[in-house]
Write a protein of this length. Sequence first.
Length: 430
Amino acid sequence: MRKVLSAVLGVAMLITSAVIGITASADDSYYTRNTHAQFYVQRGGIQMDEYGSISSQPTSYFTPMVYEDELTAGIRSADYTVVYREGSVSSDDVIAEIVNKPDDAEIFAEIKAEYENKGYILTSSGNVVDWDNFTTDNYKMLWYVLKAEDVASWNPVWHVDGIIIEIETNDPVEIPSEGDDDYVPPEELPTPEPEPEPSTEPEDPQTPSIDAGDGYQSNFAYIFGHSDTVMGAEDNLLRSEISAMIHRLVKQNNKLGGFVYDESAEPVFADIAGEWFRSGIEYMAYKGALTGDESNNVYPYGAVTRGEAFKLICIGLGFTDNVDLTYMDYAQALKDAGYVIGDENGNLNVDNLINRAEFCAIYNRIIGRQTAPLVTADGTPVTAETYGFTDLDEGEWYYGTMLRATSAYNSDGVVDLELRAVRNDLDDYK
């Protein structure tokens, strides 16, 4: 069972399309107002093929329904599907439209109540998990598909499927249960292979070491609003936006290396032609931080996770040339340098989406702007009203962060309103 699970899961998570919408014919395409969603957890054998289908495996591979709620109101095509894609669509994206999102602890309580007396949790290494250790400290849910089920009824129920992930290994677990054709009581399981003894040989460090004084400076405003009045501080950061901002900083500091942007050449990716951020995306591709899918698309308007953002920062700014580290390695490097702090518990949350304000907090630390004064040369305070933004709440943590990010500074270190208007040619956009 474990071999089937691991193999199919690996295939499913490596497909690079962000959202799959299977096109129906003119005769059978239809829309539904139904918004009822039911949640199920995979026990073994992932129920999803490369097309996002969830009907190719026996339903016995799933738990009974563990949660139900509603999608946000609206008419949807019954062939609408959202599928987890590592690095481009998160588990949170899959359930983004659920009104009251499920809590992992609540799901685990349902699992324990159902299987504690007739089954067990089995890790990828073959260890049986003590039910007392089956907590959110050690495990998490990954929701991997949202899809309309029972479409033949013309009133489909929305079906959300998930898997349980062991946090330490990032591998899925199984839930064998009495009645399964291949059920093996836990006492009859083979003894797992012992962990190898740690090597006494010194290893080359995986996590790059970053000097917090690496010398990136910028006097320019580096982020502007979605409009003259809307900053969108809590909006998800997009792949195009982070690539452009990193490229600007490298260009300002004459650290482009061998990268030369050629506007007349064929775009590196199919979906960036004619876009303002093309040079930034192509710079990140040159550095090896971004690659396209089988259709040569990079999805520039896709939201990025904190982990992907940490990777793009580390590679784009030359903190490391190693593109094969884990997101946690990049995160730890930035944390060690003092650029990333984490949440109130110090967690780096590499799987969570990052918003514009969170990125600006990191960027401000990199260029030494985190405590820059918000005042002009004549002593006038700089506020959201100075720039016309109506969506920046002075009581929010990011208020000063966003004002510093969208301000320009003169050589004396105070805000220069005229310099802010200088957008120059950093994006190479004509």
